[in-house]
Design a protein around this ligand. Structure first.
Ligand code: ATP
Ligand code: MG
Length: 329
């Protein structure tokens, strides 16, 4: 079986964008691949976090993974910070990454514009840590949204560079981009991606939002002054709602457009709102049940962390030997 690696930062409660762009696609992969789904808490401290809140969000995120249908017996789901190999490999890889390459990363540009008072080195080397995450497990495929494509390209660069010097050490990963739902936009600024760290909560739907709040956020979503439901780049707000609907129902854009034929924005928002609410309802119910089961979750975290650590160490020892570090006896 091929290996798949993916992760989400516990920087907030995950959004409908993360769910449709990432987790929902992952649930379709778990039977056919060996999957690792990581809670990348080390990435999240590139932006200042409240420690108690970060810890809570990391646990909630792992719980959401399970609640959304990822099976902890089939997949390795763990905290990045519990596997020290991520940091160790990241250091080595940083010595095979050029400043110029990192300078071109759009996420760095966007995040440093947003967090101008804290443009730290970790924010700059974020893609190197991400490369380490992926290469540590010899991943074949990485399901990522469009926003992470550039980071995957640099991962491939680094892997190839390393392999050219030391022989075939790393599997060079391929992107795995789901057809629909690859990019869900903000409900308030539909030309920007929906993001869980947006300061305006009306821009995103959190997976744990009260279901009435969910409906209202969709009702208030920015569209335009027109009335006709059409699917085009000129109408990013309307297009986004249709994308969300298509992604949830699994129906093509064409078939969704047939459904909206002759309907106005009010109907569109009501129909999409209901679809989102029904998608989230069972996830929220399972989330609440899981939260009550502390021992079960603790067991999963421990067992999966150990498995990830075992696999990570295998690659790490190989890499350390290749670069010339003394072998441990
Ligand atoms: P942050 O604002 O803290 O960066 P984020 O919402 O961008 O949060 P990440 O943890 O950076 O979330 O990304 C987790 C996964 O979700 C990645 O695979 C990413 O491609 C995907 N993703 C993020 N935002 C969207 C979106 N708007 N639409 C679809 N997929 C998304
Ligand atoms: Mg992000």
């Amino acid at each position: 079986k091929k290996v798949i690696f993916s992760g989400i930062q516990p920087t907030g409660v995950i959004t409908l964008g993360n769910y449709l762009g990432a987790i929902k696609n992952w649930t379709r992969l778990q039977d056919d691949y060996n999957c690792l789904f990581c809670v990348v808490d080390m990435h999240s401290i590139t932006v200042r976090q409240d420690p108690a809140l970060l810890r809570k969000r990391a646990r909630d995120l792992l719980t959401i993974y399970i609640a959304a249908g990822l099976d902890p017996e089939k997949n390795i789901m763990y905290y990045q910070s519990h596997v020290s190999g991520h940091a160790e490999l990241s250091w080595i890889l940083s010595c095979f990454t050029y400043m110029g390459e990192l300078n071109r990363m759009t996420q760095f540009k966007e995040k440093s514009a947003k967090h101008g008072n804290n443009i730290n080195a970790g924010l700059f080397t974020y893609p190197v840590l991400m490369a380490a995450d992926i290469l540590l497990f010899q991943s074949d495929l990485v399901p990522v949204g469009h926003d992470q494509k550039q980071h995957l390209e640099i991962t491939r660069e680094i892997a190839n560079r390393f392999n050219n010097i030391y022989g075939d050490v790393f599997t060079v990963p391929e992107p795995y981009i789901g057809k629909v739902g690859a990019k869900i936009m903000s409900l308030q600024e539909p030309t920007k991606k929906m993001s869980k760290s947006d300061e305006n909560p009306n821009g995103y739907i959190s997976l744990l939002d009260d279901l009435n709040v969910v409906k209202n956020k969709i009702k208030r979503a920015v569209t335009d002054s027109d009335r006709e439901v059409t699917y085009s780049e000129d109408k990013p707000g309307v297009k986004n709602l249709i994308d969300i609907y298509s992604s949830i129902t699994g129906n093509s854009i064409e078939s969704c457009m047939n459904e909206f034929q002759g309907k106005g924005y009010g109907d569109l928002k009501r129909i999409v709102g209901e679809a989102v609410v029904e998608e989230l309802r069972p996830i929220q119910e399972r989330f609440k049940d899981l939260q009550k089961n502390k021992d079960y979750l603790d067991g999963i975290i421990k067992k999966n962390g150990e498995t990830a650590n075992y696999l990570a160490t295998k690659t790490l020892r190989k890499v350390q030997k290749k670069v010339g570090f003394p072998v441990r006896i």
